[in-house]
Design a binder for this molecule. Structure first.
Ligand code: FNR
Length: 380
């Protein structure tokens, strides 16, 4: 397999850049405004320092964690990302199937290209989450009802999208849904024939376009039609009242925000800056984990995402006090590089790195990772 030559997530990214149209790759790889936060997210992990325990028997590491009523094979989930069938025609169903096979959760986006029913049919046993961009109460109620019927365990309410972040790469590339036929599109077809043949010969249903749109829109316009600028704590109360399952609030970047979300019924929070795709110059979420953990105590689940490109990053997240990490781009680079096999490869890379880092750190069980194992300082 060509994918076996990919030894790191960055290798998958390089393959993805070759195999996917420029505008699609940039949609995934790019971020908001000056992309300062996107860069910072990755640098924050690179700046961490590990402090290994000496002389611990680590031959048989136990990497599982119990979280939100389930057993996870690793403290890792595949986070929600929109339009996954644009990255590769295998789409959301493939990501869900891999999550099912390896025993981690998968979050389906409100703006996925597949419905929650399609994803459930593809992966009957996966721990399926539904990421909610709330709009009108009517549509919310409908989405929540369908998520419940499809057996989703969790709703993830994303709260960092009052309006769409400004992503200049998408503007410059003229990214639209569906694609606009221009001379540059035709040139791209010659360079990426496999992607285009699959694109044009497989059904591409956009959940968002079915619900909100009449015809073709620029990306930022679609987002602004879906996003709710009036999302508030009252919206959270309303969603809490209409959903019995687990409710996570994603996009929290402060202690106060985390405390308020929990006071209004969230079962846990996802510290996230949306991978740097919304407000630029926000903190790297990993740096907030210790203070949010201190404020929420030991019982409230804290997840963290944004910038995770390596299994070591997941070790660090857990050691600093997060229960688990989510990834977006890591598996999207995988699916762009090789469809479902690429998602498998992304998981393998992260899992091997996680396991090796645990053993070298002298920690046999994921549950034994502790703050002493990692510091936020660069050299010590
Ligand atoms: C996202 N993300 C996202 N989040 C969300 O709540 N709903 C969504 O529809 C999307 N869509 C989306 C598309 C793409 C292409 C990306 C890269 C990201 C954000 C995602 O859930 C997660 O917060 C980030 O991807 C985490 O950062 P990394 O892992 O990509 O660095």
């Amino acid at each position: 397999r060509r994918l076996d030559n990919a030894l790191t997530i960055d290798d998958l990214r390089k393959i993805a850049r070759r195999t996917t149209p420029r505008s699609v790759f940039d949609y995934v790889d790019g971020a908001a405004e000056s992309e300062i936060t996107a860069e910072r997210n990755v640098q924050a992990y690179r700046g961490l320092t590990f402090h290994p325990d000496a002389l611990r028997a680590v031959a048989d590491p136990d990497l599982e964690v119990e979280l939100l009523g389930r057993t996870w094979s690793l403290p890792l989930g595949f986070g929600a990302t929109g339009y996954t069938r644009m990255m590769h025609h295998h789409g959301e169903a493939a990501v869900a199937r891999v999550a099912q096979a390896v025993g981690i959760p998968y979050g389906l986006s409100t703006v996925g290209n597949s419905t929650v029913e399609q994803v459930r049919a593809a992966a009957p046993e996966v721990d399926l989450w539904f990421q909610l961009y709330p709009t009108s109460q009517e549509i919310n109620a409908e989405l929540i009802r369908r998520a419940a019927n499809a057996g989703c365990s969790t709703i993830v309410l994303t709260c960092d999208t009052a309006v769409s972040g400004k992503r200049f790469r998408d503007d410059r590339n003229g990214l639209t849904i569906p694609p606009t036929l221009r001379p540059s599109t035709i040139a791209d077809m010659a360079q990426h024939p496999y992607w285009w043949v699959n694109k044009l010969t497989t059904e591409q249903v956009s959940f968002a376009s079915l619900m909100f749109l009449e015809s073709k829109y620029k990306f930022n316009e679609i987002a602004d039609r879906v996003f709710d600028s009036n999302l508030s704590l009252e919206s959270l109360d309303w969603i809490r009242d209409s959903w019995r399952g687990t409710l996570l609030v994603k996009g929290i970047l402060s202690v106060d925000g985390a405390v308020a979300a929990v006071e209004h019924g969230a079962d846990g929070v996802v510290l996230s800056n949306h991978g740097g795709r919304q407000l630029d110059r926000t903190p790297a979420p990993i740096t907030l984990v210790p203070e949010v953990r201190a404020a929420l105590g030991d019982r409230v689940p804290i997840l963290v995402d944004s910038g995770i490109r390596n299994g070591q990053d997941i070790v660090a997240a857990r050691a600093l006090g997060a229960d688990a990490a989510l990834v977006g781009r890591a598996y999207l680079y995988g699916i762009m590089a090789g469809g479902q096999d690429g998602v498998v490869r992304a998981y393998e890379i992260l899992a091997e790195e996680y396991r090796r880092a645990m053993q070298l750190l002298g920690v046999r069980r994921s549950v034994d990772l502790a703050p002493r194992h990692v510091s936020l300082g660069r050299w010590r």
